[in-house]
Design a protein around this ligand. Structure first.
Ligand SMILES: [Zn+2]
Length: 258
């Protein structure tokens, strides 16, 4: 047993060393947040709540490291040949459309001169703890990109064809007919996607979709399979945040091997 454990340790150390020595991967990270709040609405989801003070410290860090936040629309413009990406781009995304994204997150974001993308579950809009339509419109006016997280947050891969199409189509139509500007981006509920779903997104005039898989993105990345790294409630402050950024890079390196 001891020999077996030792062999595993040595093997892991060798693999870690090889990965460490691989060239720096190209591409930029997309971060996946949910709530920015000190309030715990549901203890089961507490891991998704980043306290405002931690969030502000994370933005301070990104600023000090020279990152420039962009939206997915900014990214897609460059993919289609218009303009160029900044030196160190990064995209901050917020899933589900919680009310604190307006009250807590937006002021901190604006104090840093940064932008973000907020993905809303459209059948939750206006309900308790979720963003209201006028808040979404105000955010969009202030340069935040609003995207769809589908109508009901059902994992798209487990739905029949009609329901799947409705979830994708209705959420976009609801937002646009409610007076928001065109919706171009979607976040897959539970990160569940496949090739058929990507085809529907293309047909329904979505330009991008983000997954829950860690990695870095380049102009060549499939725009319907963009990588994101999840930012949870940190137990170890900024060190953990830096670790998450490193994790995106680590997965990009591993993907480059295969
Ligand atoms: Zn979600």
């Amino acid at each position: 047993m001891r020999i077996f454990g030792g062999a595993i340790f040595i093997l892991s150390a060798i693999i870690a060393a090889i990965i460490f020595l691989l060239p720096e991967p190209e591409g930029f990270p997309i971060l996946e947040y949910h709530q920015v709040t000190d309030e715990v609405l549901d203890p089961d989801f507490e891991v998704y709540n980043v306290p405002p003070a931690e969030f502000a410290a994370q933005l301070d860090y990104l600023q000090a490291e020279g990152y420039t936040t962009i939206t997915l629309q900014d990214f897609m413009r460059v993919v289609h040949g218009k303009g160029a990406l900044p030196d160190k781009p990064i995209i901050l995304t917020f899933d589900d459309g919680y009310a604190d994204n307006y009250k807590e997150m937006l002021p901190i974001l604006e104090a840093h001169g940064m932008t973000a993308v907020v993905y809303v579950i459209t059948n939750e809009v206006g309900k308790k703890n979720y963003l209201k339509l006028d808040e979404l419109k105000d955010m969009q006016r202030r340069g935040i990109e609003i995207g769809s997280h589908t109508a009901d947050h059902l994992p798209l891969t487990s739905l029949d064809a009609t329901t799947r199409l409705n979830q994708i189509r209705d959420s976009k139509i609801f937002l646009e007919w409610s007076g928001l500007q065109t919706i171009y981006s979607l976040s897959y509920p539970n990160g569940a996607f496949n090739g058929d779903i990507e085809k529907i997104l293309h047909e329904e005039n979505y330009l991008t979709a983000v997954t829950g898989e860690a990695g870095l993105n380049t102009l060549e990345t499939n725009p319907y399979e963009l990588y994101r790294v999840h930012i949870r409630k940190p137990r170890f402050g900024l060190t953990e945040f830096k670790f998450r950024l490193w994790k995106a890079k680590f997965f990009a390196k591993v993907r480059n091997i295969f």
